[in-house]
Design a protein around this ligand. Structure first.
Ligand code: 2BA
Length: 109
């Protein structure tokens, strides 16, 4: 068994959640915050049989989109050039950041 952890943008979370249910894939959805942008994103935790990992990755890939976002670096972000500290910068976010880990044991009581 594997644990697939997928961090997606909030805008894609509903379509990913719906697609997982449709494919009979069980998942836990958690509200999370990106360390860089400090804005909300959604983390899906998916326990899945090894042979279904490619299918799950395809679903994540198909429902997660890349978007450009502007952010203004906070003073606390330690930006070295003071003159650019308050200038908005453009950042490309997503589609999805995905980790696949081995699961040693799984119990469902
Ligand atoms: P954030 O940390 O808020 O990052 C949002 C986007 O900002 C990133 O998109 C990336 O394009 C950019 N970014 C992040 N750190 C940066 C830096 N030090 N300098 C310049 N640009 C930077 P994604 O790569 O698509 O990441 C989306 C979200 O996925 C991240 O939100 C974070 O919540 C998560 N994530 C990405 N890589 C991760 C990792 N290695 N471990 C844990 N979570 C990760």
């Amino acid at each position: 068994m594997k644990l697939v952890t997928a961090i997606v943008q909030d805008k894609d979370a509903n379509s990913l959640g719906t697609a997982l249910i449709k494919a009979d894939v069980r998942a836990t959805r958690m509200a999370s915050t990106g360390g860089f942008l400090r804005s909300g994103n959604t983390t899906f935790s998916i326990g899945i049989e090894d042979d279904r990992v490619p299918e799950v990755l395809e679903i994540i890939k198909a429902t997660s989109h890349s978007r450009r976002q502007f952010m203004t670096p906070a003073a606390s972000m330690d930006v070295s050039l003071e003159s650019t500290a308050s200038m908005p910068i453009e950042v490309q976010v997503g589609g999805a950041t995905v980790f696949v880990q081995n699961v040693e044991e799984f119990y469902h009581f």
